[in-house]
Every structure is written in structure tokens, then in C-alpha cells.
Design a protein around this ligand. Structure first.
Ligand SMILES: Cc1cc2nc3c(=O)[nH]c(=O)nc-3n(C[C@H](O)[C@H](O)[C@H](O)COP(=O)(O)OP(=O)(O)OC[C@H]3O[C@@H](n4cnc5c(N)ncnc54)[C@H](O)[C@@H]3O)c2cc1C
Ligand SMILES: NC(=O)c1ccc[n+]([C@@H]2O[C@H](COP(=O)([O-])OP(=O)(O)OC[C@H]3O[C@@H](n4cnc5c(N)ncnc54)[C@H](O)[C@@H]3O)[C@@H](O)[C@H]2O)c1
Length: 440
């Protein structure tokens, strides 16, 4: 029997953050069954945004045509993929080296629970005082005949060649981000959406702007389509839906959400998952107090994002080292890297508009402002929300170029409860941040 203070299952952003924060104080063992580093740097945020860079240039080039920019920008997929791999190929090794340098022990492979303190891997037993489950989520496929023929974001982000005609099933984050990349790189892209809504829960005007931008980029929408089956075709797959819908594509990708199914039998320890993951209390403990869950594997209301996963990893480390306060999340910014960017943080715009006594909303079409006139971005819009009583910023929504820069500025102001005094701060000019005094 090998004894550790803490066993961590899963080496994604959540597990690695916990391991790094514990390494100096506890004897830690991390188990990973696939790629060290987890989804975000291997098959999620980071590779996606490397491919997105080429798509951004394509959109910018198209936008600037009225300003005399000519010529069709073309993307060589194998070379773009090689660029992506020049980063992702370093991730598993780099993560492992980092863990070892910090003094963390690691094992690779499929483990099983032996009892509430012990896991088994390849015939060896490992026990610990505390266990942290940080197993993330994996792509889910719709429950229809032929679903095994569908690929997922994992395969898309590592395609050697870009198929000519592609379908994405679903209209959430993965679909809108990957469809944009595929269309920019020259594929004929179709989105099969079971409603007319995209990115459910986001501001409808913002998602309508994004949807239009995608249509302008020649992405085809098939709204209100209930897919019934997938079948092999000579050149790829047939997608069949209700009311005689059928579409033949070279490859179809399920982007219908992610499943937190651990792939580990939890019955030996008496834990159960909901459809959204493992329930935890305000200390990230499961119903077995020495077994914690963090990151995407948790059933929670917070968005399942990398900074949230890492925050929870650091929190649990502090809790194990003696801190007794419950977890208190900072405000969580979200961003969609689509054909135009949309980002939000804090109080939701719809909530704010419904409560004018409490919130003051400044919702501006900024597409004719210098910053966006310069780049001919017709989608640009910024809404900020202040608390009427304190006059402090409590929420924001940004559409268009520079959304990632502005949303982080707004996040800082909200988190630090800071009043913004344009008389006292100078921003480099011209820049999106130098518009801040007119946005608040
Ligand atoms: C296409 C895509 C794009 C995304 N883009 C963004 C973005 O732009 N910004 C953002 O913030 N978030 C983004 N995300 C979400 C982000 O990737 C996740 O929120 C984040 O990776 C969660 O971290 P985690 O550590 O909880 O889980 P993961 O990163 O999924 O890591 C879990 C690890 O546990 C391992 N594991 C699972 N089961 C076992 C087991 N039984 N034994 C051992 N190991 C196991 C897995 O192999 C994996 O390595 C994206 C996700 C996807 C799919
Ligand atoms: N920029 C980012 O931060 C980013 C990017 C990508 C992924 N992510 C993370 O990954 C998660 C998963 O993204 P996602 O796009 O796979 O999920 P999602 O929940 O965002 O969207 C799923 C989509 O699939 C549809 N759908 C679900 N089941 C279906 C079915 N059976 N048939 C047809 N359509 C169906 C839904 O209506 C929805 O449109 C996100 O929630 C987020 O946590 C974040």
C-alpha cells in the first residue's frame, strides 16, 4: 500500500491547480488517464484560440474590403494545424515536468475505487487522507441511431485535413466557435439547431448579431431541426431529421454539450452523480467529507470554465491546509470567440433592464465610434450596468472587436468595487480601453 496525504484524480486545470498549491505542504499523488494538462490546453480553450487567430484575420480582412483591402485570405489547414500542434504537443510533457518539479507524484492509467480512502491502479493500491475528484467532462453525443458516426470537438481540434462540407449538431459554445473556424478555413459549414436560439441564456440581441455575422460568413443555419438518425454515406454521413430533413456532409460533429460521467464505478464509495456532475457543499466536499470535487466534474451553477476550475483547485488546497471559510467566487467573465466576439460579466442585462429602480443601464451601439469605425466592425455594442445606489459597475456585455480586452477591464472594476474616475486614469491612446470613460 502506498500512502499519500492527498490523491487527486484528473490533471486538468482544476487538478493541477490543487496539486501545485498543495505540493509544498502535503504528499500528493495525481492520477491522469489521458493527456496531462486536461481539456483546456490539449483539446479546448488553447488549441481553439490558436486556430481562431486565423479566423479572426479572415473576418478582419473581409470587414476591411470597403477600405481598400483586396484579395481573398486563404487558410492552409495542415499548416494551421501544425501551428496548433507546435503548442499542444508540448502540453502533456510540460505539465508532467511542472508537477514533478513541484514534488508531486504522478501515475498514468485507469484507476478504480477500492474503498473511500483507497484507489487501485494496475494492481497497486494507493490510499490517502483526502481525495480530490477533478475529472472534468467529455463530449456528449445525442442519443439517436448512428450517433457513433458523429465526431466531436476533440477530433475537430486535431483534424489533419479539413473536410469540405461539415455539420455541427447543436448551437452552443463549441458549435459557434468551431463553425466559425471551419468556415473561415474554407469549409461549407452547416449548423443543425433544434430551436432558433443560439447560446441559450445569453442576451438575445447579442446572439442575433452573432448569428447574422455567421450567416454573412456563409455559415448555413438549419433551425428547428430535430435530428433523428445518422447514417453512413459514400462521402461521409447522412443526417436525417423530422419532416423529411436530410443533409449529406463529409463530417458531422456533435456539439451537444459535455458529460461529467467519470467512467469510474462510484458504487464502492457510495457517491452518485447527477446529470450535471458531482454535488458538493460550500467547501467543495461531496457527501463524503474527505472526498472533494472540483472543476467541470461538479454539479454547480457557475459556468464550467478554466479560470473557475483553477480557482476551485486553489480553494480546496487552502481548505485542506486549514482555511475554514466557504468558497466565495469572484465575478466570472465569459466570452465566446465567434465570428464576432460576445462577452459578459456580473449582473445580466435582462435582469438589469427588468429592475430599473435598482440598476442603471447604458446600452450603446458603438459601431460608429472611432475604435470600431477604424476596423469597420459593424457588430460593436457595449452595455454597462451600474447599481443606482452605489453608482458602482456591477455588470457588462460586450459585442465585437476588443470584447476580450474590455470584459477584463470591466471584471477588474467590478471585482475591486472600484469607482472609475476618468480624470485620474490615462490609457494608451487610441485603444479600446481609452473608450472606457464613455462606456461607464
Ligand atoms: C472546445 C472547447 C473549448 C473551450 N474553450 C474554453 C475557453 O475559451 N475558455 C474557458 O475558460 N474554458 C473553455 N473550455 C472549458 C475548459 O476546457 C474546461 O472548463 C476546463 O478544462 C475544466 O478543467 P477541469 O480540470 O475541471 O477538467 P478537464 O480539463 O477536463 O480535466 C480533467 C482531466 O481528468 C482526467 N480524467 C477524467 N477521468 C479520469 C479518471 N477516471 N482517471 C484519471 N483521470 C481522469 C481527464 O483525462 C482530464 O485530463 C472549453 C472546452 C472545450 C471542450
Ligand atoms: N468560450 C468558452 O468559454 C467555451 C468554448 C467552448 C466550450 N466551453 C465549455 O464547454 C461547454 C460545452 O459546450 P457545448 O457547446 O458542447 O454545450 P452547450 O451546452 O453550450 O450547447 C449545447 C447545444 O446543443 C444543443 N443540444 C443538446 N442536446 C441536443 C440534442 N440531443 N440534439 C440536438 N441538439 C442538442 C443545445 O440546445 C445547445 O444548443 C460549455 O458549456 C462551456 O462550459 C466554453
Amino acid at each position: 500500500m502506498n500512502h499519500y496525504d492527498v490523491i487527486i484524480i484528473g490533471a486538468g486545470p482544476a487538478g493541477v491547480a490543487a496539486a501545485s498549491a498543495l505540493a509544498d505542504h502535503k504528499r500528493v499523488m495525481v492520477f491522469e488517464r489521458d493527456l496531462w494538462g486536461g481539456t483546456c490546453p490539449n483539446r479546448g480553450c488553447d488549441p481553439k484560440k490558436m486556430l481562431y487567430r486565423a479566423a479572426e484575420l479572415k473576418t478582419a480582412t473581409r470587414d476591411m474590403q470597403p477600405a481598400g483591402v483586396r484579395g481573398e485570405l486563404t487558410i492552409n489547414w495542415p499548416e494551421l494545424m501544425a501551428h496548433k500542434r507546435s503548442y499542444t504537443s508540448t502540453v502533456p510533457g510540460g505539465t508532467l515536468t511542472g508537477l514533478h518539479a513541484a514534488g508531486v507524484n504522478t501515475r498514468h492509467g485507469e484507476l478504480e475505487f477500492f474503498n473511500r480512502h483507497t484507489v487501485a491502479l494496475a494492481g497497486d493500491l494507493f490510499d490517502a487522507d483526502d481525495i480530490i475528484i477533478a475529472t472534468g467532462r467529455k463530449p456528449a453525443k445525442p442519443d439517436i441511431p448512428g450517433a457513433e458516426l458523429l465526431k466531436t470537438s476533440n477530433e475537430f481540434l486535431d483534424l489533419d485535413q479539413l473536410p469540405q462540407r461539415i455539420a455541427f449538431i447543436g448551437a452552443g459554445y463549441v458549435s459557434v466557435e468551431l463553425a466559425n473556424i471551419a468556415a473561415a478555413a474554407g469549409a461549407d459549414v452547416h449548423i443543425i439547431n433544434r430551436s432558433e436560439t443560439i447560446l441559450r441564456g445569453w442576451d438575445e440581441r447579442a446572439t442575433a448579431t452573432l448569428k447574422q455575422a455567421m450567416t454573412n460568413a456563409h455559415i448555413h443555419w438549419h433551425d428547428n431541426i430535430h435530428l433523428e438518425s445518422v447514417a453512413k454515406s459514400e462521402s461521409g454521413v447522412w443526417l436525417h431529421g423530422e419532416d423529411g430533413f436530410s443533409l449529406n456532409v463529409n463530417a458531422a460533429f456533435a456539439a451537444t454539450g459535455r458529460s461529467a460521467d467519470l467512467g469510474i464505478d462510484l458504487s464502492p464509495i457510495g457517491l452518485e452523480m447527477t446529470a450535471k456532475g458531482l454535488p458538493v457543499n460550500e467547501f467543495m466536499q461531496t457527501k463524503i467529507p474527505h472526498i472533494y470535487a472540483i472543476g467541470d466534474a461538479v454539479d454547480k451553477t457557475q459556468p464550467k470554465l478554466t479560470p473557475v476550475a483553477s480557482f476551485e483547485g486553489r480553494y480546496v488546497a487552502k481548505h485542506l491546509l486549514g482555511m475554514s471559510e466557504p468558497i466565495a467566487y469572484p465575478v466570472i467573465p465569459e466570452i465566446v470567440f465567434g465570428t464576432t466576439e460576445i462577452a459578459r460579466v456580473g449582473v445580466d442585462l435582462q435582469t438589469a433592464k427588468a429592475d430599473p429602480d435598482r440598476y442603471q443601464v447604458l446600452d450603446q451601439d458603438v459601431s460608429n465610434w472611432y475604435t470600431y469605425h477604424r476596423t469597420l466592425d459593424h457588430t460593436a455594442r457595449v452595455a454597462t450596468i451600474r447599481d443606482r445606489q452605489t453608482q458602482l459597475l456591477v455588470g457588462a456585455l460586450v459585442v465585437g472587436d476588443h470584447a476580450e480586452e474590455l470584459i477584463n477591464q470591466f471584471t477588474l472594476l467590478i471585482q475591486q468595487h472600484q469607482a472609475f474616475d476618468p480624470q485620474q486614469v490615462l490609457f494608451a491612446y487610441p485603444s479600446a480601453s481609452s473608450d472606457l470613460s464613455y462606456l461607464l
